[in-house]
Ligand binder design. Structure first.
Ligand SMILES: [Zn+2]
Length: 395
């Protein structure tokens, strides 16, 4: 089946997350693979959040995709979001770029290899909830020991000539500030305002954004090249600052009791994206030193991560991309987080490469070009053939 048809079929199956049921889309994939003689195991929870792993397929390489999509919300789409409409250039609809296009390209590449009489040299993994953090998908499979560390290619959309090999870290804090209430008419002479304490912390974090952190010359070069690529891709200026610096977002703030009372309570949710070279424990101590009247209600953090640019996975993929798209081809790092970090933490080499119109990601009128789907099929096919040649050799 042509890759655009597979992509369209996947888009037509609504798998918005939330709510997050992927039972139907996973069943489509299971049946598709079974028709090729590839057996798989489906696991899931009561809400229908299902994952799929192929059985008795290559162990050195995983090809991976998430089958959930962000909600389509808006009604202003040119074509209905789950139409899966195919025209001369595009497949349209929610998930076509992120990342049912990538999943379709994996399936199509497998179909071509199997029809040519080859065994599948990669394990395929399709997961249910990348868009909401991977708790029932990648993280569950890792916790249950269903995945063994190896090379992993995730078919997330990337620029056509630039696989993504690293992501910034994250530090998310929910802080509760406690003030000393007094009559509002006396502030700031009397009382401590929890709201003003939170404001002071935000002002401090604004200053942190300007700071640069030391990185190696090799990493610096990757950051500069990545910024150039992403600047064009996203039509943004100052991308270098995004990659090199701490970015921050005071996402929510709730505080105060009454307009004439100095605020006793204020809760701030602060999310920071952590650049390479910035140690999260140091960052947290600096934050807490500027939030003396605050306690942490919730926190979540992970370090920036990157797969070695000289690894077999990165080198092989870049070579295959170059055969298909022509040069120059080189890997980049990104600011967004993805499932890659969970896998890296468990010892996998992870690279993301896939078809898509990045500008339409999570947006109204999401679409993917048929050309990028067809070329992704060739890249995945090429990578799998290379790994088939490595089967049995030491890693
Ligand atoms: Zn995605």
């Amino acid at each position: 089946m042509h890759v655009s048809r597979i992509c369209s079929d996947l888009v037509k199956i609504n798998s918005e997350n939330p709510p997050g049921s992927t039972a139907e889309v996973i069943e489509y994939i299971r049946a598709f693979l079974e028709a090729l003689g590839i057996r798989s195991r489906v696991s899931g929870n009561a809400e229908g959040m299902c994952n799929l792993i192929t059985l008795k397929t290559g162990k050195r390489l995983i090809l991976c995709g998430h089958v959930d999509v962000v909600p389509a919300r808006d009604t202003a789409w040119k074509y209905p979001p789950f139409s899966g409409m195919i025209d001369k250039r595009y497949v349209h609809g929610r998930g076509s770029t992120d990342m049912k296009g990538g999943c379709a390209s994996i399936l199509s590449a497998c179909e071509i290899l199997v029809n040519a009489g080859h065994d599948l040299p990669a394990t395929l993994v399709f997961v249910c909830d990348e868009e909401t953090g991977g708790e029932n998908g990648t993280r569950r499979l890792l916790a249950d020991g269903d995945l063994t560390p190896c090379d992993c290619l995730i078919a997330e959309p990337t620029p056509s000539r630039h696989p993504a090999i690293g992501q910034k870290g994250l530090c998310r804090l929910e802080l509760e500030f406690t003030g000393v209430p007094a009559h509002g008419s006396l502030y700031p002479v009397v009382g401590v305002s929890a709201i003003m304490e939170a404001m002071a912390l935000i002002a401090y974090v604004q200053k942190l954004h300007v700071k640069t952190f030391p990185v190696s010359a090799d990493l610096e070069e990757i950051l500069v090249r990545s910024a150039d690529v992403l600047k064009k891709e996203f039509n943004l200026t100052d991308v270098r600052d995004v990659l090199r610096h701490l970015t921050y977002n005071p996402g929510t703030i709730h505080g105060g009791e009454k307009s004439n009372v100095v605020a006793e309570h204020c809760v701030l949710e602060l999310e920071m994206r952590v650049p390479w070279g910035c140690a999260i424990p140091d960052l947290k101590s600096a934050i807490m030193a500027h939030a003396k009247n605050a306690k942490i209600l919730l926190e979540e953090s992970h370090n920036p991560s990157m797969t070695d640019p000289a690894s077999t996975l990165v080198a092989t993929t870049c070579e295959e991309v170059k055969k298909v798209w022509g040069g120059p081809v080189f890997p980049i790092v990104q600011w967004a987080a993805s499932d890659a970090r969970h896998l890296r933490l468990h010892g996998f080499n992870v690279l993301e490469y896939g078809p898509g119109e990045i500008a339409s990601l999570h947006a109204v009128d999401e679409r993917v070009t048929i050309e990028s789907l067809e070329k992704a099929v060739l890249v995945y096919q090429g990578v799998m053939e290379r790994y088939a040649g490595m089967e049995g050799k030491p890693q």
